[in-house]
Structures are given as C-alpha cells and as structure tokens.
Design a binder for this molecule. Sequence first.
Ligand code: BT5
Length: 324
Amino acid sequence: SSSIKKQLYEALANADGNYLSGQALANIIGCSRTAIWKHIEELRKSGFELEAVRKKGYRLISKPAHLSEHDILFGLATKTIGRSFHYYDSVESTQTIAHKAAREGAPEGTVIIAGEQTGGKGRMSRPWHSSKQKGIWMSMIVRPKLPPERAPQFTLITAIACARAIEEVTGLEPHIKWPNDILYKGKKLTGILTELQGEADKVNFLIIGIGMNVNQTKDDFPEEVKERATSLEIESGNSVSKTKVVQNILKYFEKYYNLYMEKGFAPLKIMWESYAAGIGKPIIARTLNGEISGIALGITDEGILKVEDQDGNIHHIYSADIEF
Ligand code: BT5
C-alpha cells in the first residue's frame, strides 16, 4: 500500500500539473478506483496539497516540505530524462533492474534510483560501495540510434553532466579522470558505468550507471577505499541535497545528450577538456593487454585517450584504469 501511495505520487507528479482522472490513475497503477481515492486521502494526510475537480480528476498542487528522495520529479527540468522514474529503498544493483526494465520496453530516459545497493558494481564486476541513503545510486536507460562503437562516449557525456551538476549545487570544482571517474583533489567522488545492449551495427539500449558519494563522512567508507574516496559533504563541509543533485544531473545529461545527437562529440570534447585531469602529464594506463606509460595527450574526436610513450609512439586507448 505504501507502494500505491508512491506510484500515485509519481503519476501525479509526472502529469506536470495536469489533471488525471481516478480511472486513469487506477489504470496506470493497476488498482481499483477505491484504492486511488483512499491513497489520495493518505497523501493529503502526509502533507500533499491535491485538488480534486469533478469530471477532470486530481491534480498535484504542492508536496510536503520534508520529502527527500520521492520528490525528485518535482522541479525536474527535463523533457524525457527522468520522466519515467522508479525509486527503490534497497536493491542489489540499479544496473540489473535497469537492464530488466529496458528489455521489457522501458521508455527512453527511464531512471532507476535506489537508497541503498547491496551489490553495487563498478567496471569488470568490481564492487561499488553504496551505503544507505548516503549517495546517489542510479541508472539511466537511453536508446540512441547509433552504432555500438559510439557507446563509450556516453561515459564522457555523463561525466560532464555530473561535474556540471556538482559545480552548480555545491560550488566545488571537480575534475574528470578519463574515462569514468570524477575526482575532487585527486579523490574519487563519482564513478560511471556504461553498459551496452546491442547488435553488430546498432545500440538497442545503454544503461548508464552513476554512483555519486554525497553525504558520507570519512568513516562511512570501507577501509579499502577510505584514502581514495570522498563525498560532496566532506569536501563542501555541508550536507548536500541529493534531490537537487539528481535533478541537475538529469537536466545537464539531457542537454548534453541532445547536443551530442545534433552536433556530434566535437562540442562536448571541448567541455570535457575543461574538466579533464591528468592531460599533459605522465600517466600509466592499465589495459587488459598490459600497461602503457607515457604522457596523456588528450582525447580524440571519438573520445579515445591518446598517450605518447617515451619513444614517441602514440597509443590509442579505448579502455583502461589510469594512474597519475
Ligand atoms: C566505477 O567503476 O567507478 C563505476 C561505478 C558505478 C556505480 C554505479 S551506482 C549505480 C549503478 N549501479 C551499479 O551497480 N553500479 C552503478 P570502476 O572504475 O571500476 O571503479 C571501481 C572501484 O572504485 C572499486 O574497485 C573501488 O576501488 C572504488 N570504489 C568503490 N566504491 C567506491 C565509492 N563509493 N567511492 C569511491 N570509490 C569507490
């Protein structure tokens, strides 16, 4: 029943201030009109302001001030990204849920977000620590009409959106470490995981996972990452609204995604470079085929990292862990 309440809230918030009839709500949620009526009353008791108009239905006017996670849809400035939105208290991994939803036809821009992940994962199945309510653990489903080799660029676009959102909400100036890390003063604030489901010549869907540390204190991190991880709260000295950060990530992601589909990667490359850490510096790139040491020259128009070794050979790196 708390799930009906939540779905009801989401449906009304999704309606963007328009009326939804009791029957329409009952159809969306898959329950009776009596249940809708009962839960409308419950929402009112929890502080939602709802208008009911005969023959039109219900309309959400305002939400209670104390809501935190459930109100992301409120004040969301996007057209598609995050318009279909599912929040879970605890899941193994939002990636798994998003894959399943995408296979079952979830629309472009669907967002899965969880309060906690018990089996959050990084690249190559490495663990991603996702402690309860301390960070943003979310996955976005997108269905770009592109060949699969373009998929890695989405990691870079997402990184720019995350960096931009962090700046806007906290005033901190983060850096992006190619390909999928956002750092602050060298410590990891955010990791991105882009997974592809496609065919030889086309993407069916991408699942873009974002793990952003928001309100952890140092002691919230497990021993093995303590020295290398940080959170927005640690760095800004304030508790940070996850809702605001999510809204901004979705807003900027949509903006940059549209720009990319219209103009290609070139304009994003310029933005990416303005956030990049380690370019022009000596780095070690650990790939599945071994290590390459050299100077990071930058990225290509495709988003591939260029590294010049000491013999002057230039290597194109598609995927690696970078140390500098
Ligand atoms: C990543 O992998 O950085 C991608 C992380 C993606 C996590 C999101 S959360 C929502 C969605 N659902 C999921 O299950 N995953 C995605 P990678 O570059 O391989 O880095 C993984 C490494 O980061 C680990 O081996 C640790 O060393 C470190 N690490 C783990 N948890 C961390 C945390 N909370 N903060 C900072 N570093 C962490």
